[in-house]
Structure formats: C-alpha cells, structure tokens
Design a protein around this ligand. Structure first.
Ligand SMILES: [Zn+2]
Length: 108
C-alpha cells in the first residue's frame, strides 16, 4: 500500500500562510509536514513531526527559513514574517510594528 497525503490544517503565522500536511504510512503511522500556503513547497526539510505541530514548532521552522528583517509585534512580541503593520501613533523610539492578529484599524 502506498502512503497518502492530505492537507489537514491551514494557519497564518506572523503573516506567513502555511498548511499542515499529514502523510499516512502503511507501517509507521502518520507524519506531519509544514508547507508554504502559497507555493505548497515543503518547508520541513529532513524532519517531520509525529503529531500535529504546535504554533511554537511551526515558528521554529519559519524562523530558520525567514531571511528578511527580524521584526516582532509590539503587542504579543511574536515574530512577524510578512505584512507587518505600522502603528501610526507609536511613541518615538518604540517598536512601531504590529502583527495582523493584534492589529486594530484604530492603530492606523
Ligand atoms: Zn501580535
């Protein structure tokens, strides 16, 4: 019996769309990989997870792959990979970036 692959979850992590793909193996059971939500290219090279990954586990993979500016959200402190919002009323010298989860139109 061949293995079968299925998309079992979609997430937006710091502005980076990703999908979780589950592969069912005839003997070993299931493994989980992280794919880019736009290209569906595999992001977990080498190691897969044995269980559905947590946001923290997904972020470790994205941290390694992301080569852009290292910016974090001023509110939740989490890393932003894409589509960082700028808070118009940020105090001088403070971090002006906000992730899309914490963003509120009133911050514009
Ligand atoms: Zn945030």
């Amino acid at each position: 019996m061949a293995h079968s692959e299925k998309i079992v979850g979609r997430h937006m992590i710091g502005g980076w769309p990703v999908v979780v793909q589950r592969t069912l193996w005839p003997v070993e059971g299931a493994s989980y990989d992280l794919l880019d939500g736009d290209t569906l290219g595999t992001l977990t090279m080498g190691e897969s997870w044995d269980a559905y990954p947590t946001e923290q586990q997904m972020r470790i993979v994205l941290d390694d792959l992301h080569d852009g500016e290292a910016i974090c959200c001023r509110s939740c402190q989490k890393r932003i990979y894409r589509d960082a919002r700028r808070v118009g009323a940020a105090e001088p010298g403070s971090n002006p970036y906000c992730c899309c989860d914490c963003w509120d139109e009133r911050l514009r």
